[in-house]
Design a protein around this ligand. Sequence first.
Ligand SMILES: CC(C)(COP(=O)(O)OP(=O)(O)OC[C@H]1O[C@@H](n2cnc3c(N)ncnc32)[C@H](O)[C@@H]1OP(=O)(O)O)[C@@H](O)C(=O)NCCC(=O)NCCS
Length: 183
Amino acid sequence: MQTATNQKDTAKKRPVVILTKQISAEQYAWRNDPRITAWTRQNGLISEEDQKKWRERISSDPSIQMFGILSPQGLNIGTAGLTSITPIHGTAEFSLFISPKEQGNGYGKSALIELLKYGFKHLRLNLIWGETFHGNQAKAMFQKLGMKEEGRLRERYFKNGEYVDTHMVSLTRNEARSAEWWT
Ligand SMILES: CC(C)(COP(=O)(O)OP(=O)(O)OC[C@H]1O[C@@H](n2cnc3c(N)ncnc32)[C@H](O)[C@@H]1OP(=O)(O)O)[C@@H](O)C(=O)NCCC(=O)NCCS
């Protein structure tokens, strides 16, 4: 599956990114980079065996749709995906990260928009949700895209020697349809 931002997006100077089924070879290093792992559920490093199993799982599990993210220059600069896809309820969780050296260029926001469009328009989902650690500034970006905060889960994960809270966010299809990025 490939999709790109439209002319309206370009007019707003949002970088055009493409979602591709090709996951970068660098993905393994990114998943173990502290600038990424600070905000993921994993504790400790992922082994090469774990990464191999994960790659096998994303290509065979129908409840997962995982994509690489191509920058306007055609570089594979991150990963975005929908997991826990539950067709009967029309729900899925989103996940997203951008290579540490490519963060802050607008790619994450553009990629999330493409992922949401894919989920709502192609998979016909009704609600896409996410969970983010307390303190992750990415929550503001999720809210700018129209996501609502559903609540704060207390001491949900044990991370770096302490229990951390998370925030649940979500967006319904109806809300997405009235967002400026929908078309
Ligand atoms: C979160 C993440 C995907 C954002 O991607 P990005 O390419 O760096 O973000 P963008 O450049 O598209 O920024 C989009 C907007 O969000 C803001 N933003 C995003 N992440 C931010 C952060 N960590 N700190 C401060 N601002 C942030 C930007 O200022 C920008 O605001 P604007 O639209 O008003 O200009 C990326 O920082 C990342 O991979 N972080 C580590 C993993 C992670 O936290 N993933 C999400 C887990 S729920």
